[in-house]
Design a protein around this ligand. Sequence first.
Ligand SMILES: Cc1cc2nc3c(=O)[nH]c(=O)nc-3n(C[C@H](O)[C@H](O)[C@H](O)COP(=O)(O)OP(=O)(O)OC[C@H]3O[C@@H](n4cnc5c(N)ncnc54)[C@H](O)[C@@H]3O)c2cc1C
Length: 546
Amino acid sequence: MTNNSDHLVRRGWTPDGGQDAILPPHATRWLASRTGLDARPTPVAPDSVLTVPESALSEQARKALGQVVGERHVLTGRDDRLGRAGGLSYLDLLRHRGSGPLAVPDAVVVPEDPAQVQQVVEVCAANDIGLVPFGGGTSVVGGVTALRGDKAAVVVLDLMRLDKLVSVDPVSRLAVLQAGVVAPAAERLLAAHGLTLGHVPQSFERATIGGFAATRSSGQASSGYGRFEDMVEGVRVATPRGEWRLGVSPASAAGPDLRQLVVGSEGAFGVITEVTVRVRELPTVRRYEGFVLDGWEAGAAAVRELAQARVLGDVTRLSDPQETEVAFTMSGGWKTAVVRKYLRARGILEPCLLILGWETTSTEELALRRRATLRVLRRQRPVSLGTAAGESWRHGRFAGPRQRDALMDKGVCVETLETATYWSSLATLRTEVRAALIGSLSAPGRTPIVACHISHAYETGASLYFTTIVPRDLDDPEGQWQRAKAAACEAISDGPLGTISHHHAVGVDHAPYLAREIGDLGTEVLAAVKHTLDPDGVLNPGKLVR
Ligand SMILES: Cc1cc2nc3c(=O)[nH]c(=O)nc-3n(C[C@H](O)[C@H](O)[C@H](O)COP(=O)(O)OP(=O)(O)OC[C@H]3O[C@@H](n4cnc5c(N)ncnc54)[C@H](O)[C@@H]3O)c2cc1C
């Protein structure tokens, strides 16, 4: 079994430790002075305190599933079930550390290929069993929480054995990947053909092709390669009504694009078994650079101007003053003071870090694109920090989840949330969400840090990604975050000012806010699609459509 299915992984990103290097002593001292953290180690409850109810799967259903996938691929052991109990949100991690009850599936079914997935779906429908598709299990919105709903039992369908590159069409630049291929494996398989997908979310190390499609994921290089839905050319889906295949041409006027119904369907309309993706030539030259702009307003204006002039870097990422402060502090004590002095001397009083990255196949093209970007960027008077800052970001791009583990061990409530809106509303939305989070999380002795960045920019608007760090309320750790998240979701949905999710999806956590964004009619359309594809409601109960 892969690491993804390991219960220890549900306790954090780095069950093997090594976090001390990620959160050095100077960072802990800074957090203590900034937030009031007293850095008492927070004990992780022993495994034995976690409650795992008896499996409710009937003998008849177990046999039927075993006949499809082989008995040894129907897992009912404690660790196997715990290993798929929830995703990787802060609340999921807290619960795996003993803070509250976990939704543990009755069994884990591990089919081998699309045909077996189809049969598993049919067995579940015939036996009134809820079925939760599970890719990397990195959902941070409760997407893989094993809710039973009104079903007799609930099983997790783990796609880890669907791990193959099915075919490559180098002429059309297409590849067919099975849904369970983990992102690094997808890149390795494609690199053998001189190709890349270019989809690099922060969850890259664990997330899967099927999960990306099911959640409309967005990678760090989305400005260059597009969001995952831009890469999806075709899908193969197992539904209780039979198999559904979509995608025969790059564009079509044959009615609405039904592929887009599957993309973002979060396992509620079917199990994606294969995805045909658009691929590109593997880049051979890269350049990452750091710049600093003075204040959020100038920074956001710079990103907007780059987007509207269509000269964004493949990676374009702007941190607000709070996130820049965290980034500088984490990167090292004395360096922070030197950088600040250097920036002050150049008139930068509220540093906002901008990372730009270009990845191409020729130095000439890179030079041309970089020049075009910098010509527009100059209008906002950036100060260059050179390639060292860019490379430092690139090397640390997957450090976030590890830092989160280290912070959790030190008793910190640390979580992220994201949204997107049009440029004309961006400043207001950031202000409102910040105010909601700060208002909810502030308490005597606890001062929250609320940091924000733009990492996905468009001609008409951008995403906002918030990170909150505050000492954990040890008396009510779950309630502390639930109240803050609700306050932020209200701020986003009131109006609505922005979307309830730019790339994390709906899951359980955002379901109460979806109707405000798509309207009652939109909710009815989703319910009608669900009813057509999954009349008995066995697919991922409680997600997306209720
Ligand atoms: C530390 C961290 C960083 C993250 N960074 C990013 C980021 O930068 N960008 C981003 O977009 N997201 C990010 N995420 C969120 C998450 O990684 C994405 O939503 C990812 O797309 C989920 O992929 P997965 O394979 O883990 O799916 P899972 O978590 O297993 O599933 C997610 C949802 O999709 C459904 N699903 C999974 N596979 C299938 C399938 N084959 N068929 C049908 N339904 C399926 C599940 O039922 C569930 O509803 C991050 C998460 C973490 C923990």
